[in-house]
Design a protein around this ligand. Structure first.
Ligand code: CTP
Length: 208
């Protein structure tokens, strides 16, 4: 199958030297791309700014902002059967990006933000027979938020975790996740390497 994966954070510029972003390192999304390629799928990985090598056999498209990621997803979606949205897309961006470095004596301490599009919701009308998978990284027990996002984003599966659990946060090699399905089924996985989580996810997708 053709699998499209997004990974990493997005970066929203304030001026040529500053940005807002988040703590995503891209490890989970890159592990999904690698596991899908190892399982014999044809994989395109749309990556935000991360310092990770491209997994063997994976076609990589680099982007910086949420708007660039949305444009890349819209371009690549028609050719894919499975879309795995593992990126930590910034929900907000500065209203304007200053063309030159903002000097502290001209800043009034207020940074105006505007909402970024929700990529999954934007492409939902194009879903057709495709399978969509989301991620929900929460601080606290994730069930309520995971089931809300599964429903609101029209997903076939959501991978949820509590990033405050030891071994399940950012920049670590492991994760402890629960898979939630639209029929109410759920599968809680033990603490595993991100590669093992990705392998289990790909197995699930093959049987969806
Ligand atoms: N997502 C997306 N576009 C966005 C934000 C999120 O496609 N602008 C996707 C993520 O890739 C993930 C899922 O939506 O698969 C859930 O992301 P999350 O940040 O947890 O959810 P939000 O919709 O941003 O909700 P909230 O801020 O209320 O937690």
């Amino acid at each position: 199958m053709n699998v499209l994966v997004t990974a990493g954070p997005t970066r929203e510029p304030i001026d040529p030297v500053r940005f807002i972003s988040n703590r995503s390192t891209g490890k989970m999304g890159f592990a999904v791309a690698q596991a899908a390629a190892e399982a014999g799928h044809s994989v395109t990985l749309i990556a935000g700014p991360v310092s990770l090598p491209t997994p063997p056999g994976v076609r990589r498209v680099d982007v910086t902002t949420a708007l660039e990621m949305l444009a890349a997803v819209e371009r690549e979606l028609p050719a894919c059967e499975i879309y795995v949205s593992a990126a930590a897309v910034a929900d907000w961006r500065p209203e304007t990006c200053a063309p030159t470095k903002l000097k502290k004596n001209v800043m009034d301490g207020v940074l105006r933000l505007v909402p970024n599009p929700d990529i999954l919701k934007t492409i939902r009308p194009l879903k057709g027979a495709r399978r969509f998978v989301g991620f929900a990284a929460e601080t606290g027990e994730p069930t309520a938020e995971a089931t809300r996002k599964l429903r609101e984003k029209g997903l076939d599966l959501i991978v949820a975790n509590d990033v405050t659990t030891p071994g399940a946060g950012f920049a670590v090699e492991t994760n402890r996740v629960t898979l939630f399905f639209p029929d109410g089924r759920r599968e809680a996985l033990p603490l595993l390497s991100k590669h093992e989580v990705a392998q289990r996810l790909i197995e699930c997708l093959q049987s969806l």
